[in-house]
Design a protein around this ligand. Structure first.
Ligand SMILES: Nc1ncnc2c1ncn2[C@@H]1O[C@H](COP(=O)(O)OP(=O)(O)OP(=O)(O)O)[C@@H](O)[C@H]1O
Length: 586
């Protein structure tokens, strides 16, 4: 039984408390199928989220199987399924792969057979068996809704909440989905609550809850709704609601509710007697041995999988999505291969010799001036080229870093929130992102360093140079991952990341020295400076001298650059962790 007692959900608006849900009291027995209807903006989704625990109730209490959820904690993730308005499947995956990933993320299965059994069961329950190999992107609207349901059914939830799962469907598909929800409520005493705009197919529901401005105006049998509102047709209910304030509808419902609950109970009893509704009396622990053989995966309580199972599932799903997206693979390859080629176009100039002033004093003052000029010219040529090439590498790797991660979390935030609600650990999610991105960072940075070094050997300690290339890419990737986790949309995250990279070059001081009083404040934040300075510091002394002769910006010792970049990576990861844990469900 699910029970709401005077539940309120209040928000602060212009300094005032506004009840989006106002004293909602309802009782829903096991094996019940209820529609939540009402005019647009009346609070249907808000009520569903309040039941799910996504909107913490401000007042009143929710009870589930006698347990006070307000005091004793929320539903276990496996107990509840929530099918949101948006699609929770990835387009490049197949139906089967989507359900398999959902199962691995939510349920601790005993072995491969148990996993297959669960997948086959939900495919069959939702009528998706015949199209299990089909990619999500080619599914029809109705098939996508079925898939959304299937992905929630993997944990066999006892409470299934559906938000507008029939909206936008043609009448036939709509009826099929409502019929499917009805059938799902007839299994194992599952309660199914469905928010809908549509007043069609009401006869398939056990009860209808009519909301008006966050208040319950009616909750009773579907065939009595017209009688209650004194209208001829259900389509007239919404216009009728508008004829008086919601307080009056609520007051009048409180007066009549007992009679309607009595009718609901009687028709439920009739359905049980007629065998059309089967509500198991036994708790799971009391299931007989015979039952256990029939449904082994339901007899044992569903446990959440471990950290490493979730990490492995997310990582393999991420690589699969990456390789299925040919455009993304092409772009990555083009970036990895072409960016270093761009740098090598300039490597000739950095190759030139740097002459030293001869020890012997020239007899002729003119010759001495000419020699000094020649040495100076070579220093300027080589110094500018070496410094420029290092900065070019650093900037291109910064760009790759931002491209790696700016959309990584923000682009799939809704799905992540949904999966978190279903029991996904943010730590497993973040670890999967780090493992995936680390592969990109390693491939991009090592190839950049090695390829450029092949055409124009780094004139200094190459391993240190390579380390700074890795660090700048890692720092930008981590910081942009943090931005991605904190921003609300992928567009915001991309824009901010691009600006961040755009400011690296001018503020690094490698091209133009900044005024000292500005440099003091900007330098700590400019990763490109630290990677450039660290790399320059790793040059052999003659080349280092040549670089110093052309720059006005001071250099910092390698170890300080190293720690600063590690600090930047740390800051990015902390931001990503904070952002990933934060509740960001729209
Ligand atoms: N967290 C929130 N903060 C402020 N306002 C909110 C919040 N959540 C919902 N609302 C507002 O509460 C009202 C009810 O929203 P809700 O989405 O529950 O309506 P609905 O009945 O599901 O609407 P629709 O049928 O159009 O989807 C809307 O006016 C919405 O803007």
């Amino acid at each position: 039984m699910l029970e709401l007692k005077d539940v309120c959900f209040t928000i602060q608006k212009d300094g005032e408390s506004v009840n989006l849900i106002d004293s909602a009291s309802i009782q829903i027995p096991r094996g019940h199928f209820m529609a939540i209807v009402g005019p647009s903006g009346c609070g249907k989704t808000t009520l569903l989220k309040t039941i799910a625990g996504l909107n913490p109730e401000s007042d009143g209490a929710l009870f589930w199987e006698g347990r006070n959820l307000s005091e004793e904690g929320d539903f276990e993730p496996a107990e509840i399924g929530y099918v949101p308005q948006f699609s929770i499947a990835y387009d490049p995956l197949t139906v089967d792969e989507s359900i398999e990933a959902a199962t691995r993320l939510r349920v601790r299965t005993r072995d491969a057979e148990d996993l297959d059994h669960r997948i086959d069961r939900v495919l069959e329950e939702t009528g998706l068996t015949a199209i299990a190999d089909r990619h999500v992107k080619v599914l029809s609207g109705g098939q996508k809704r079925r898939l959304g349901l299937a992905m929630e059914l993997v944990s066999d939830p006892k409470l299934l909440l559906c938000d507008e799962v029939t909206s936008g469907l043609d009448p036939r598909s709509e009826r099929e989905i409502v019929r499917l929800l009805h059938d799902l409520s007839r299994r194992d005493g599952r309660i199914v609550l469905s928010v809908t705009h549509s007043l069609a197919h009401l006869e398939l529901y056990d009860s209808i809850l009519v909301l008006h401005e966050g208040r319950v105006a009616y909750h009773g049998p579907p065939d009595l709704v017209t009688h209650y509102f004194s209208v001829h047709d259900t389509e007239e209910v919404y216009p009728k609601l508008a004829t008086q304030p919601s307080e009056r509808w609520q007051g009048s419902w409180l007066k009549h509710q007992e009679a309607y609950y009595g009718k609901l109970e009687r028709s439920r009893q009739r359905a049980i007697d007629a065998g059309t509704l089967h509500v198991p009396e036994k708790h799971e622990e009391e299931v007989s041995d015979e039952d256990q053989e029939e449904k082994p995966e339901q007899a044992a309580s569903v446990k959440a999988p471990g950290f490493f199972t979730q990490l492995g599932t997310l990582l393999s799903r991420r690589w699969r999505i990456f390789f299925r997206d040919k455009g993304q693979v092409f772009l990555q390859l083009a970036i990895i291969l072409c960016f270093p080629i761009l740098v090598t176009l300039f490597s000739d100039k950095a190759e030139g010799p740097i002459a030293s002033l001869s020890d012997a004093k020239q007899d002729n003052i003119l010759e001495e001036i000419q020699e000094r000029q020649m040495v100076r010219q070579e220093q300027v040529k080589v110094g500018s080229a070496v410094s420029g090439i290092i900065m070019f590498q650093v900037i291109l790797l910064s760009l790759m870093g931002s491209n790696n991660s700016a959309r990584e979390i923000a682009g799939e935030r809704q799905i992540f929130e949904k999966e978190k609600f279903g029991g996904l650990r943010p730590s497993a999610y973040l670890a999967s992102k780090l493992a995936f991105l680390a592969c990109l960072v390693l491939a991009q940075s090592i190839w950049m360093g090695v390829f450029v070094n092949f055409f124009g050997v780094f004139r200094g300690e190459f391993p240190q140079h390579l380390l700074f290339l890795l660090l700048i890419n890692g720092a930008m990737t981590a910081i942009c991952l943090g931005i991605s986790a904190l921003m609300r949309t992928a567009e915001q995250a991309s824009l901010l990341s691009i600006y961040l990279v755009g400011f690296q070059l001018p503020l690094s001081g490698a091209v133009l020295a900044l005024p000292e009083h500005i440099e003091k404040f900007t330098r700590p934040f400019i990763s490109a400076y630290w990677a450039w300075s660290g790399s320059v510091d790793a040059l052999e002394s003659k080349v280092l001298y040549a670089v110093k002769s052309v720059i006005d910006t001071s250099l910092t010792p390698q170890n300080v650059c190293l720690y600063t970049l590690l600090f930047h990576i740390g800051v990015g990861l902390i931001a990503a962790w904070i952002g990933a844990r934060r509740h960001q469900w729209d």
